[in-house]
Design a protein around this ligand. Structure first.
Ligand SMILES: C[S@@+](CC[C@H](N)C(=O)[O-])C[C@H]1O[C@@H](n2cnc3c(N)ncnc32)[C@H](O)[C@@H]1O
Length: 239
């Protein structure tokens, strides 16, 4: 997959590709490293070549290729959608159009319009966000709820983990309100080990629950995706 991003010149070794960035006075070491990584990242090049808004687009694409989340005509909610890569992938996969939009995205950041996607600029943790999303779904249940949301990291791994788990729990509660039976939930987590309660709840409400680490998710990052498939229906939770 990465080969495709290496361009017209055909296969090149990682060594040939390496772009070195000189440290500039105003650039910190970490931003120099980030820039160097971006310039050498085949997924960044591929996102640009394929008109994708983010390299993150390939994460949901790879998860879908392996675990079959999207189907033509299915409805999708994208939590933490900006800049829009996941929504683009979902809209293409389900065949969403401006005339019949099937994908709804939310982010507190402003986003440029995406064909076939209804976008809300709103903090998902605000009390009225779920009802705004439900209104955008026009009374229809969703086939997939996906969340790539993350607060800006503090650098303190246990804190970052707890903060993201809170977001995932909110996303999972919302998913169980809006998913149709058989639906799927995908959410970004950071491997850190304290999400037992959440996992237990997902396992009771979905037929299969597992972690996915798509190839485009950087190996040196603690990021992973929690995938729950086959929603059993909203009555289970109340048992
Ligand atoms: C990693 S980015 C998502 C990238 C996106 N999946 C894509 O492919 O373009 C995470 C996004 O989550 C958003 N986010 C984080 N917390 C949020 C919240 N409480 N409500 C709405 N959006 C949130 C951030 O603003 C950010 O744009």
């Amino acid at each position: 997959m990465a080969d495709k991003a290496l361009g017209r010149g055909g296969r090149k070794s990682a060594r040939d590709l390496k772009v070195r960035v000189k440290t500039a006075k105003k650039r910190t070491v970490s931003s120099t490293k980030w820039l160097e990584r971006q310039l050498n990242d085949p997924y960044v090049a591929r996102a640009r070549a394929e008109g994708m808004r983010s390299r993150a687009a390939f994460k949901i694409k790879e998860i879908d290729e392996k675990h079959h989340l999207f189907r033509r005509g299915g409805r999708v909610v994208d939590l933490g959608a900006a800049p829009g890569g996941w929504s683009q992938v979902a809209a293409q996969a389900v065949g969403s159009t401006d005339e019949r939009p099937l994908v709804v995205g939310i982010d507190y950041l402003e986003m440029d319009p995406i064909p076939g996607v209804k976008l809300l600029q709103k903090d998902f943790t605000e009390d009225d966000a779920p009802e705004m999303l439900i209104a955008a779904l026009e009374g229809q249940k969703a086939d997939v709820v996906m969340s790539d949301m993350a607060w800006p990291t503090t650098g303190h791994r246990p804190t970052d983990h707890l903060r993201i788990i809170q977001l995932v729990e909110l996303a999972a509660d919302f998913a169980m309100d809006v998913l149709k039976p058989g639906g799927s939930f995908v959410a970004k987590v950071f491997q850190g080990g304290t999400e037992h309660e959440l996992l237990h709840m997902l396992k009771r409400n979905f037929r299969t629950t597992f972690h996915a680490k798509p190839p485009s998710s950087r190996q040196d990052s603690a990021e992973a995706y929690l995938v729950a498939k086959g929603f059993k229906g909203s009555e289970i939770e109340e048992e």
